[in-house]
Design a protein around this ligand. Structure first.
Ligand code: NAP
Length: 571
């Protein structure tokens, strides 16, 4: 039988009602799977709830053709189990969605995690009960569950958004957001297909389907900078070599800002000659993955002139690949430089526009007016389609939080608190929302780094924190307002040196399809200090006894929190 935690023993002694679960995790994606693994290993009574019919999160949903990692597969997989690392063969350097989903299922089955998961379980509301210091959840099907701690593992990009176009329901053909690409095969042969959107998703799906459809029309509002993914198979022999190097690979990921094997070129941009710069870029253009972005000079992220020179280099690459010079010019971004938005990686994307069956419609010139019964209307003309694909992005980072009625102390709604953007402590706590943890939350290190590397850091930290809480019998954990303000200021301050602060991208909270998320109303979503700095910050907080978090064993916090807010003092 499972040993009772000290907190459970104390609850029984003092007569506090025991919640249904010690921990409820929302989300059975990459973060939720690892989180429940850690909790199960500790023997904690915990469950994972997910709205989807099965596990996998982003890799369950995004089944559009071309969906694949642009992290090297062997840096994306979990690092926590040598046995898992030893047995899994990544077949491609940048693995595709079907295999990624197989991998996550394999992990869940191997560690017998499914029994802790509840699917088709959409959480509608989560209210903090101040009297009993626990979270009360209500699901869409009317169930009520309580949990002492609530862990939000809801993903960064899990709420798809559609344009607000008139007539969207009137279209007689098939239409779907890429996130909801049907599970059964979609007949593309001979079909007239429209794709709206040219972000990372659009660029993947366009390149993958161009030679499979009858006729392809891409509706582009703003082009994105993009460069070759340079994918390839991983043979048995290569995989054996990679397995032997796993310790080294993860050590490299841990010391690089992005959490990848890619390390920035630390020579000064202006210290080397133009010829040397171009020689580096020529090599990086052929290099797999994000090398072109992350092995580059650091100045391209911060220095307008350096960024402009590099962007001009990539623009020339695009011109060399697209036969029609007018189309090439349309595919070159003018409103932002390379790498200040998340760089989509591509596989023969630009060559799509050399095909006879593909065309680009620049909707910055001739905007979409409406959806018709038979297709799309721009200010210039009508187009007929069999299928319309919306690759139009997500209500990023905070969207999944906004979709649940989360209420904290005094009934404060999280969506009101975060109306103008998130404020957090370490990207993991929210003042006013006790006992709620976010292993990969807004302003954490996860969004701006190789996601699973960030997730493992966040999950490990949160789990260590919970162990600390349980060992000492605390019932309530809340970040102080001051700690939250300090962290949020720190996150905002780091944006100030980055060119990306000006970008119209989800990194700055832009989404044209959501009122209030317009460009210019920057929301500070990601931690730009890089993985090593983030880890050092959060480790320091833990070493100082979880500085900035008030821990109490009763249901209500002390009237005057301890001076330092250090754990233990307030007990
Ligand atoms: P996105 O980067 O936000 O791109 C959305 C695209 O749709 C943009 O081109 C946008 O144009 C266009 N769009 C949105 N609303 C529109 C409207 N009403 N009318 C016309 N065009 C509209 O979204 P995404 O491509 O799905 O990518 C989001 C993120 O998901 C990526 O940055 C990446 O982090 C992640 N992702 C990862 C992978 C991977 O790991 N391999 C693959 C795909 C996505 P504007 O720019 O003009 O707004």
């Amino acid at each position: 039988m499972r040993k009772q935690t000290r907190m459970e023993q104390e609850q029984i002694m003092i007569g506090n009602p025991a919640p249904d679960y010690e921990v409820i995790v929302i989300g059975a994606g990459v973060a939720g799977i690892y989180q429940i693994k850690r909790l199960a290993d500790l023997g904690i009574k915990a469950t994972v709830l997910d709205a989807a019919p099965d596990l996998g999160g982003t890799w369950y949903w995004n089944r559009y053709p071309g969906a694949r990692f642009d992290s090297e597969s062997y840096t994306y997989g979990y690092s926590f189990s040598k046995e898992l690392l030893g047995e899994w063969h990544w077949k491609e350097r940048f693995s595709g969605q079907p295999e990624n989903l197989r991998y996550l299922n394999h992990v869940a089955d191997k560690f017998d995690l499914r029994k802790h998961m509840q699917f088709n379980c959409k959480v509608e509301a989560a209210h903090f009960d101040e009297t009993d210091s626990l979270w009360r959840l209500r699901t869409e099907d009317g169930r009520e569950l309580t949990g002492r701690f609530l862990i939000m593992a809801t993903g960064l990009l899990s709420i798809p958004t559609l344009p607000r176009l008139e007539g969207m329901d009137s279209f007689k053909g098939r239409s779907f957001h890429t996130f909801y690409w049907p599970h059964e095969p979609v007949e593309l042969a001979g079909k007239k297909v429209a794709v709206i959107g040219t972000g990372a998703t659009g660029i993947q799906v366009i390149a993958e389907i161009a030679d499979k459809v009858g006729d392809l029309t891409v509706f582009q509002r703003r082009p994105n900078w993009s460069a070759p993914l340079n994918n390839g198979p991983i043979s048995e022999a290569e995989m054996a070599e990679l397995r032997a190097r796993y310790d080294e690979i993860f050590a490299t990921c841990a010391r690089t800002p992005g959490g990848f094997e890619h390390e920035p070129d630390r020579r000064g941009f202006w210290q080397v000659s133009r010829e040397e710069r171009v020689a580096l870029w020529d090599r990086l253009y052929e290099h797999p993955g994000f090398a072109i972005w992350l092995r580059n000079f650091r100045e391209i992220f911060m220095d307008d002139a350096a960024n402009a020179e590099f962007s001009a280099y990539i623009a020339d690459r695009i011109r060399r690949r697209v036969k029609d010079p007018a189309i090439a010019e349309k595919l070159i971004p003018r409103d932002h430089g390379f790498g200040v938005q998340r760089v989509p990686m591509e596989t023969r994307y630009f060559e799509v526009y050399n095909r006879d069956n593909a065309r680009l419609v620049d909707i910055s010139e001739t905007p979409l007016v409406r959806v018709t019964e038979s297709g799309l209307r721009t200010t210039e003309r009508d187009y007929d389609f069999d299928i319309i694909v919306y690759a139009t992005g997500f209500d990023a980072i905070t969207g999944a939080f906004d979709h649940i009625d989360i209420q904290g102390v005094g009934g404060e709604k999280l969506r009101d608190k975060w109306k103008d953007g998130p404020s957090t402590y370490l990207g993991m706590f929210i003042h006013g929302f006790p006992n709620l943890l976010m292993p990969a939350g807004p302003q954490s290190g996860s969004a701006s780094t190789n996601y699973p590397r960030g997730i493992e850091t966040g999950v490990n930290w949160c789990t260590d924190f919970l162990e600390h809480v349980w060992e000492r019998g605390y019932m309530r954990a809340e970040a102080t307002a001051e700690a939250e303000q300090r962290w949020t200021d720190h996150v905002i301050q780091m944006y100030s040196v980055m060119l990306m602060r000006k970008a119209k991208s989800w990194f700055t909270g832009y989404n044209s399809n959501i009122p209030g998320h317009e460009h210019g109303r920057t929301r500070y979503f990601v931690y730009n200090g890089g993985a090593p700095k983030y880890v050092s910050r959060i480790s320091d907080v833990a070493a100082k006894g979880y500085e900035g978090i008030v821990l109490t064993s009763g249901s209500t916090p002390p009237a005057t929190p301890s001076v330092t807010g250090i754990a233990g003092v307030a007990r």
